[in-house]
Design a protein around this ligand. Sequence first.
Ligand SMILES: [Zn+2]
Length: 188
Amino acid sequence: MMVRPKWLKPSSMVDLCQVTLNVRPAFRTEVQGEVSDAEIGRWARLRGLYFCRDRDNFVVFSKRSVLVRRLLAIDQTAGEHTVLLGQWLGYPRCCARTARRIGEKHLDAWSIQISGRRHVGNFSLTSVSQYAAGRALISHIPCSAHCPASLRMATQVLARSHRFQQRTANVLSSRGFHEDGRRCSLPQ
Ligand SMILES: [Zn+2]
């Protein structure tokens, strides 16, 4: 389980998980509280991530340094750039287009509205009602309660995190550790 540093919002753990599992190429978040660039840098390096922070305390993380710079540049250009930003952040095009149509000011209300709709069957995987608390599989507002692109993304997160945990468990046991870090007892 990944431990959250106090300067990272709980919701960012959903984004971090997606980027770690290569479901999305990058994520952007607002840093909370005081933290130095050196501290963010150390944390990012340990996870194989590059980062860039702007004057408004927004930080972009990615495994690709060029993407980090490009995303901050897009964000700092004047005018409407929801769809372009969404595309580089790896959000489904249908959802990014809907976000542009709704408008940034109304996104919170839109998120509540979508979360209140019935997510039938597997589409419950795309619910973002608990995203702020860091409990969700996707980190964007789906364009509807039955968005196929969002479902694909949520399913990918589940499948890859299962494989990731399996691999970690295999590596640990091959080195003589239990998954929780305890040493296996040596054979008699
Ligand atoms: Zn969509």
